[in-house]
Design a protein around this ligand. Sequence first.
Ligand code: COA
Length: 149
Amino acid sequence: MSDDVKVVKVEDVRDFNEIMEIEEKAFAYPYPIDLFIFDFEHHPYSEYYKLMLDDQIIGYCGLWIIFEDVQITTIAVHPDYQGKGYGDKMMEFIINYVKELGCRNITLEVRVSNNKAINFYKKHQFEIVGLRKQYYENGEDAYLMKRDL
Ligand SMILES: CC(C)(COP(=O)(O)OP(=O)(O)OC[C@H]1O[C@@H](n2cnc3c(N)ncnc32)[C@H](O)[C@@H]1OP(=O)(O)O)[C@@H](O)C(=O)NCCC(=O)NCCS
């Protein structure tokens, strides 16, 4: 993995054009750009971060930081860069960042079929704590996963 990679806060809504290119490649059911932009511009607890390799965005994540509780709303690495440790890098950033803020736990939902992501979260000490039936539009269930800090 290159040392030139860094995690930078998304401040400019125009970054979502590049983020959407990754979203559409990384997810079978991508979210529309309007949802990202609405969340970015109007949700008071929402923050987005981009993973930069030189001048290129190769990954991103979205957080809701609601006092002690953090939710990872999205996280993805461009498929060309998956499996190289970049996801780990973003997750380490998230955990260190929210620990410094004094947050107590992180939760997220993941498709029950998404073994790669479930493995990834377990590696970062998330545990399955619940099942949300038919959580996704295609009827798939979600695991609720949680990590205490
Ligand atoms: C999940 C995701 C963010 C992980 O990022 P990544 O850069 O590929 O992951 P890394 O290379 O840093 O690997 C970290 C860990 O993830 C898990 N992992 C990565 N690739 C995997 C694979 N092909 N199969 C199983 N587990 C895998 C492993 O636990 C791995 O740790 P290890 O290498 O020590 O075994 C990325 O694969 C992705 O964007 N997936 C598509 C979008 C998605 O599903 N996001 C999550 C939605 S809830």
